[in-house]
Design a protein around this ligand. Structure first.
Ligand SMILES: *Cc1c(COP(=O)(O)O)cnc(C)c1O
Length: 397
């Protein structure tokens, strides 16, 4: 008899040969701009905790207090025994912040995308998806059973052509896009996408995972940044990045949210968010709204590092095989440095780590091309950014 599991080791061999294999790194202690990794202290350029809130004492205390009051687990799905007043407070805080009629929280951003997309479109419908969209958007589209067409990254001409060619043959149509692209750091052209959606009678779902807490006057995200808050759209995001907790949300019209409470399987058939996570997120949103200086510090760091790296990697000019693609407007905390191969990016990641700098080396299949993904935090010091610049300069061939 053939072993029905022996393909797993063969697959792993292939993954190793392509240098695609991943393994875990253990961070010790609280998260922050400096963390302990493999027994030493390193400057952290690999976190999505853009405002430094995940290690903030106020969030920790809120989580402890909620645990004391409500216990550790929600004990059931929200529709059965798992709904607490804290959940509703968080949903109302999100809706108020996003200026939407209502909001709903999921156990993660990933589940929010799966549940929402598969609830609002189905077999008779059409989805247009930016090719660089996050995995959760892509898999939400698959799960929905709708026909899904990718358009080239931020290519509105192609999106329009696709709409002209295919829209009429389907019932509903949904355009899905990251607001800040997670592995590139650039912004989607949201106002133009909304114009196309209006012209072709499409819904739009924008994923604010990396926009929430970072962009816009009150930190409400890319939708606020582009002054699109009054336009009809579906906003989702995560509580696990700038908000420093765990969970996801969808914000939109009251009928949409009520519909999701009745139809989103990843919300109905899963346990409610833990009291600790819920309370931490609620506290974070309050801090983000009342302390704009956090965002100011982050923005300052983004400008500082973009300028520092521009001196090492002239914009859009090949330095050997390396390319910095700072977004056109350096307002997002994600900066990428494209490198020619998975082996090079791993080597650079190791060299940076040896110098005490923790930077993610991202490889296919997560992204089409290997890159260093540098993420900034409000709590980085200028000297730490300069240290990164100096080390990168020493790596350039
Ligand atoms: C991280 C991320 C998600 C998933 O959010 P989680 O809460 O971590 O599950 C969804 N979309 C994008 C663009 C992300 O970067």
């Amino acid at each position: 008899m053939k072993d029905p599991y022996d393909w797993i080791e063969r697959s792993l061999d292939t993954i190793h040969q392509a240098r695609w294999h991943r393994s875990l790194k253990t961070i010790v202690g609280r998260p922050g701009a400096v963390v302990e990794l493999n027994g030493r202290s390193v400057i952290n350029f690999a976190s999505n905790d853009y405002l430094g809130l995940a290690g903030d004492e106020r969030l920790i205390q809120a989580a402890i207090a909620a645990t004391e009051t409500y216990g550790t687990g929600a004990t059931g799905s929200r529709l059965l025994s798992g709904h607490r007043d804290l959940h509703r407070q968080l949903e109302q805080a999100i809706a108020q912040w996003k200026q939407t009629e209502d909001a709903i929280i999921f156990s993660s951003g990933y589940l929010a995308n799966l549940g929402t997309i598969s609830a609002i479109v189905g077999k008779r419908d059409l989805i247009f998806s930016d090719q660089y969209n996050h995995s959760s958007l892509k898999n939400g589209a698959v799960m929905s059973g709708a026909t899904c067409l990718d358009y080239e990254h931020c290519n509105l001409t192609q999106l329009r052509q696709h709409l002209e060619q295919h829209r009429a043959a389907y019932r509903r149509c949904l355009i899905i896009t990251d607001s800040v692209f997670s592995m590139d750091g650039d912004l989607c052209p949201l106002p133009e996408i909304l114009d196309l959606a209006a012209a072709f009678e499409c819904m739009v779902l924008v994923d604010e995972a990396h926009g929430t807490g970072v962009l816009g006057k009150t930190g409400a995200g890319c939708v606020e940044h582009f002054a699109c808050r009054d336009r009809p759209l579906i906003q989702m995001g995560t509580l696990s990045k700038a908000i420093g907790s765990l969970g996801g949300y969808v914000a939109g019209s009251a009928p949409l949210i009520d519909f999701l409470r009745n139809r989103a399987a990843t919300w109905i058939y899963t346990t409610g968010l833990s009291p600790a996570d819920t309370a931490a997120a609620l506290t974070a949103i309050h801090i983000i709204q009342t302390e704009p200086q956090l965002r100011d510090r982050l923005r300052h760091n983004i400008t500082h590092l973009t300028q520092a790296l521009a001196s090492v990697f002239p914009a859009d000019q090949d330095v050997s095989t390396t390319r910095l693609y700072a977004p056109h407007h350096p307002i997002t905390p994600i900066l990428c440095l494209e490198v020619d191969s998975p082996a090079t990016v791993l080597h650079w990641g190791d060299r940076l780590l040896a110098a005490g700098l923790f930077v993610s080396a991202v490889r296919p299949p997560t992204v089409p091309t290997s890159r260093l993904r540098i993420t900034l935090m409000a709590t980085h010091e200028p000297a730490q950014l300069d240290q990164l610049r100096d080390c990168l300069r020493s790596l350039v061939p």
